[in-house]
Ligand binder design. Structure first.
Ligand SMILES: [Zn+2]
Ligand SMILES: [Zn+2]
Length: 430
C-alpha cells in the first residue's frame, strides 16, 4: 500500500478565523491567501459573502505553505485547558452542520504521526521510547482507517443490584480522528520536534500486527501498569481471544514471575508491597518524559494512597452513581483482573448495596475525577476509608513509565514493543 492521508477534525464551533501562509487553491482553481473568517448557515459554509457546500483549500506545496487557526482549545476538560494559535500543513477543509463549522486538516499519515509524537511526548524522551510510540500511534490510526476498530462500543447495563459500564473509543462521522486526547493529541506543526521527526521516519510504515500479519493490533497503552499488565476484558469487552498480544506479564526482566493477582490475598500483598518493575521509579527525569509537571509534583504513581471520610465517600457514591445507598459501610472487591485491578466491586450502604464494574466505572464512582487505577485495597478505621493503590490507568498494553525506563536503560524500541505486546509482529505496510 502507499502511505494514506488522514483527515483530522481540529474543532467545531459557530465561526472560525484562519490565516493562509502561502498560496492555496480551491478545486475550482481560485487562488486564496491571507486572513479569512467563516461561519455557518445551516449546513452551508458562509465565506466571502457566499454560501458553500464546503471549503477545500489545497496548498501549492506541502513543505512551504501552512495555515494558522486562532483560538484552538487544547487539554479539553483537563485542569490545564487553554486556547492557543496553531499552525498546520496540508489541506484545509471546512464543512458546516447545524449552524456550526468544523475545521478539518487533511495530511499525509507520516506528518500526522510526527505531529502526534511531538504533541504527546517530551523532547527529553529517549529515541527508543519515541520510536515505540510512533509505531503504537501509527497502529492505532491505521487500524481505524482500515476499519479494523470495532468503534462506537460501550456497554451500559443498569440493573437494580448491578451496574456494568465501559466505554471504548467512539468513532467520528465527519473526519477520521479528532485532534484532542479523545483520539491522539495533534497540534499541527506548532511544536514539531526533530526527535519526533526521526522517530516517525525511522519506523516509517511499521505497525504491530497479529494473525500472521493480517490484522493490526489494538495497541493500548496507559501511564503505569503497577507491576503487571492487565488484560482486555477487565476494562472493555470480553474479547481476550482477539487480543492475544495483550497478555498478563510482569513489567520486569522475568515477565512470568508474578503471583496470581486475581486472588484477593495475593493482590493485597502485591499492591501494598513495593515489587520490582520497570515502572517502579521515582526518578523525575524518567517520570517527566510521560507526565506533565502538575502530575509530577505529587510523586505517587507506582503506589498511591487516597483517604476519604465516611461522609465524603457516601457523597461521592450518591452523586456519581445517582442512587442512594445510605451511609457507606464497606467496599468489597468481588473480582480482580490479572494486574490486581478490580472489575467488580460491591458497595455496601446502610440502605442497600450494589455491584459496579468495569475498571473505569469503579474509578469514576470512587472519585470526583478519576481514581488513578482500580488496583487498590480498602482499609476502614472508624470513619476513615483508606484506599491503597497501584498504577495509573487501565494497565493494558504498553506501560509508559516502564517503557520510558526501558528506553533510558538502553533497550531498543523493538524490545520495548515485544515486552508490552508479547507475540505481536512488526510489519512494514508501506
Ligand atoms: Zn476523537
Ligand atoms: Zn509498568
Amino acid at each position: 500500500m502507499t502511505a494514506p492521508e488522514i483527515s483530522v477534525g481540529i474543532f467545531t464551533r459557530p465561526e472560525a478565523d484562519f490565516t493562509l501562509h502561502g498560496l492555496f487553491q480551491t478545486p475550482a482553481g481560485e487562488i486564496v491567501s491571507g486572513s479569512h473568517k467563516v461561519s455557518a448557515s445551516g449546513d452551508k459554509v458562509v465565506w466571502k459573502g457566499g454560501e458553500w457546500d464546503e471549503l477545500l483549500l489545497i496548498p501549492s506545496s506541502l513543505d512551504g505553505d501552512s495555515f494558522e487557526l486562532q483560538g484552538v482549545t487544547i487539554g479539553i476538560n483537563f485542569h490545564w485547558q487553554r486556547k492557543e494559535k496553531q499552525r498546520f500543513r496540508g489541506t484545509l477543509r471546512i464543512i458546516a452542520r447545524d449552524g456550526e463549522v468544523t475545521v478539518i486538516n487533511i495530511v499525509p499519515i507520516e506528518e500526522y504521526i510526527t505531529s502526534v509524537i511531538s504533541s504527546e511526548m517530551k523532547a527529553s524522551s529517549s529515541m527508543s521510547l519515541l520510536r515505540a510510540h510512533a509505531v503504537i500511534s501509527r497502529s492505532w490510526v491505521l487500524a481505524r482507517l482500515m476499519g479494523q476498530k470495532a468503534g462506537d462500543r460501550s456497554e451500559m447495563r443498569d440493573d437494580a443490584d448491578e451496574i456494568v459500564r465501559w466505554w471504548d473509543n467512539e468513532e467520528h462521522s465527519l473526519f477520521d480522528v479528532c485532534a484532542d486526547d479523545h483520539c491522539q493529541r495533534y497540534q499541527g506543526i506548532s511544536r514539531i520536534q526533530d526527535s519526533a521527526f526521526y522517530a516517525a521516519a525511522d519506523t516509517r510504515g511499521i505497525v504491530l500486527t497479529t494473525d500472521g500479519g493480517t490484522r493490526i493490533c489494538d495497541a493500548r497503552f496507559s501511564k503505569c501498569c503497577g507491576g503487571v499488565f492487565e488484560i482486555f476484558s477487565t476494562c472493555w469487552a470480553d474479547e481476550d481471544e482477539r487480543h492475544t498480544y495483550l497478555k498478563p506479564r510482569r513489567d520486569w526482566t522475568d515477565p512470568t514471575a508474578f503471583p496470581n493477582l486475581t486472588i484477593e490475598k495475593n493482590a493485597a500483598e502485591w499492591i501494598e508491597g513495593y515489587p520490582w518493575a520497570f515502572c517502579r521509579t521515582t526518578n523525575k527525569m524518567i517520570l517527566n518524559q510521560v507526565l506533565n509537571s502538575y502530575d509530577l509534583s505529587k510523586n505517587d504513581i507506582y503506589r498511591w494512597t487516597v483517604t476519604y471520610t465516611r461522609e465524603e465517600l457516601t457523597n461521592l457514591v450518591r452523586v456519581n452513581l445517582g442512587r442512594d445507598l445510605g451511609t457507606i459501610q464497606s467496599l468489597e472487591p468481588l473480582a480482580r483482573g490479572m494486574s490486581g485491578r478490580i472489575y467488580r466491586l460491591r458497595i455496601n450502604g446502610s440502605k442497600g448495596s450494589i455491584v459496579i464494574g468495569k475498571e473505569l466505572m469503579i474509578r469514576r464512582v470512587l472519585s470526583d475525577t478519576h481514581l488513578k487505577s482500580s488496583a487498590f485495597t480498602v482499609h476502614v478505621e472508624g470513619d476513615t476509608f483508606t484506599l491503597r493503590g497501584a498504577g495509573w490507568g487501565h494497565g493494558v498494553g504498553l506501560c509508559q513509565i516502564g517503557a520510558a525506563m526501558m528506553g533510558e536503560t538502553g533497550y531498543s524500541w523493538e524490545e520495548i514493543l515485544r515486552r508490552y505486546y508479547p507475540g505481536a509482529e512488526l510489519t512494514k505496510l508501506y
